[in-house]
Design a protein around this ligand. Structure first.
Ligand code: IMP
Length: 196
């Protein structure tokens, strides 16, 4: 089964491909010229559907199966921000490093050293049989410092529940086992088997 991933985020693509070894997976930039997709939905679900729909439409191939991931980190003490704005927390076009630095600085400005946070992943599938979306979450703490260089994005400041290290420090198998993306992917795989 050939699946096109509607994402250009290298960290996400790496994790999605590692999780879907039993499927034939391509990023959309491998099958077409990448184009800009305006993610103007007001939820992870809406934005995931916007991305998958846009790529499905452009492919113009009824047998295509397109999958997308919209995800982010939410900090309870910051009214659940950055949430759906995680990719542009430090401004439009900001790098992952700038977003990470801004979230750490925001916590420092509020004198917060460690506080509850969670990641959300919405995975959408668009194909001839319709549009579907599933979610996964990972809860833990955000800390006002960077530790480790594994993972991507906000991982060096996120400690999952039950662990002492950040996702930047822990072995990658830990994230693969319990991440928001892995949990959503488990459900997405059931959907994928049902739509082919
Ligand atoms: P999206 O590509 O619009 O969904 O943006 C996702 C944003 O959330 C990016 O800034 C990512 O760095 C961040 N993000 C999503 N999932 C993860 C993760 O598993 N670890 C770290 N950061 C993540």
């Amino acid at each position: 089964m050939k699946i096109i991933l509607a994402s250009s985020n290298q960290g996400k693509l790496r994790e999605l491909k590692a999780w879907m070894k039993d499927f034939e997976v391509y990023s959309f930039s491998e099958v077409m010229t990448p184009f800009e997709i305006v993610e103007d939905g007001d939820s992870f679900k809406e934005n995931a559907l916007i991305k998958a729909r846009a790529v499905y439409k452009k492919l113009n191939n009824k047998s295509a199966i397109v999958m997308s991931d919209d995800s982010g980190i939410s900090v309870n003490a910051l009214e659940h921000s950055p949430g759906i704005y995680s990719a542009r927390y430090a401004g439009e076009g900001a790098t992952s490093q700038e977003n990470l630095d801004k979230l750490i600085q925001t916590l420092k400005d509020k004198d917060i050293k460690r506080t509850s946070a969670y990641y959300t992943a919405a995975i959408a599938i668009v194909c001839a049989k319709g549009e579907f979306c599933v979610h996964g979450w990972m809860h833990g703490d955000a800390i006002a410092q960077k530790r480790g260089d594994k993972g991507f994005g906000y991982d060096p400041m996120f400690i999952p529940h039950g662990f002492d290290g950040t996702l930047g420090e822990l072995d990658e198998s830990v994230k693969k086992e319990l991440s928001h993306r892995s949990r959503a992917l488990e459900l997405a795989k059931i959907l994928l088997k049902a739509v082919v």
